[in-house]
Design a protein around this ligand. Structure first.
Ligand code: C5P
Length: 306
């Protein structure tokens, strides 16, 4: 049966700013997103019947229709009923889960891109991103990847210059998960009263960071890293705050929590420095529950490899 293999890279946030609460219950955001070279491998194999199955190398991953990969097949079948078939999906996960790295979103995005090829539906990237936005706020970015400013719910994307230099060390406690709805709800409860004066559609978002990206200046990028959700996640999860402090003690260009966490990343000049900081933090926090990954940046989103 026709098969397609895709890579779906992780994303980090260089910037996550909460501007206000929207009428649809989501938050108005300004984010700068970046894909990094840690990727899940997604294999799609068409079936002669209409069944959807999922297999995965990690037992914690749900294999039913709560999985975004499953919902992505249903959405494509709804949009292109003539082309729809069943599909076996295999998820080989390398991205830490429930981590603020858009791993699940990337899997859903890969299914949209892969089925577009296998079903020969001919949807453009923009059409796929419109479908992707129906499944989750991070999925449109997962499709295009690279470096981008994301506004609205996170689905309105403006590409930024590609960064050719720079690398990250990702740190995540395997047993620690942070619920994204919890993080946004808690932020709203604690800081919601300051929304009105901050939400201004005309404002320039993250001007210093964007200038640093335009100049491809890694040190200036490091100084401009910002994430509003740190204000609720770090005080609640002391382990994450301690991990951030451990990263900072190694003097990288910057340290930030990604998305709603709990992954913290150190931003450095190159992969050699990333490997060095990974080793240092591994010695400072010798805990088998702590997963550390060093990776260069990645200049694209979901990619078909076979
Ligand atoms: O869109 P996604 O499914 O990734 O969002 C997960 C949850 O994160 C939402 O249900 C919502 O609670 C919160 N969220 C939000 N505003 C956004 C994006 C996400 O409040 N712009």
């Amino acid at each position: 049966m026709p098969t397609c293999i895709l890579l779906a890279p992780a994303k980090i946030n260089f910037h996550l700013e909460i501007l206000g609460l929207r009428s649809d219950g989501f938050h108005e955001l300004a984010m700068v997103m970046q894909t990094v070279a840690v990727a899940d491998r997604v294999t799609l194999k068409l079936r002669a019947d209409r069944q959807i199955t999922i297999t995965c190398n990690r037992p914690a991953v749900p294999l039913d229709r709560t999985n975004l990969a499953h919902r992505a097949v249903e959405l494509m079948a709804q949009r292109f009923p003539q082309a729809a078939t069943g599909v076996d999906i295999d998820l080989e996960k390398h991205i830490p889960m429930a981590a603020g790295l858009a791993g699940g979103s990337g899997n859903g995005a890969a299914v949209l891109v892969g089925l577009n090829q296998l079903w020969q539906t001919g949807a453009t990237v923009t059409e796929l991103q419109d479908l992707a936005a129906q499944l989750g706020s991070d999925l449109p970015f997962s499709i295009s990847g690279g470096t981008a400013l994301a506004t609205g719910r996170g689905e309105i994307l403006d590409p930024l210059p590609t960064l050719h230099q720079g690398a990250v060390v990702l740190g995540k406690y395997r047993s620690l998960e942070v619920s994204t709805p919890w993080a946004y709800r808690t932020y709203r409860e604690q800081f919601g009263s300051s929304y009105p004066e901050r939400s201004n559609a005309q404002q320039t978002h993250a001007p210093e960071l964007i200038q640093a990206i335009q100049h491809r200046a890694p040190a200036a990028i490091g100084r401009a890293l910002y994430n509003d959700l740190e204000k609720v996640v770090l005080p609640t999860h002391r382990q994450v705050a301690a991990l951030k402090a451990a990263f900072s003690s190694t003097n990288p260009l910057g340290v930030l929590m990604s998305g709603s966490g709990p992954t913290v990343f150190a931003w450095v000049e190159n992969i050699a420095q990333a490997e060095e900081i990974k080793a240092q933090v591994g010695q400072l926090l010798p805990d088998p529950d702590l997963e550390l990954l060093a990776a260069p940046l990645c200049d694209r989103g979901v990619q078909i490899i076979a």
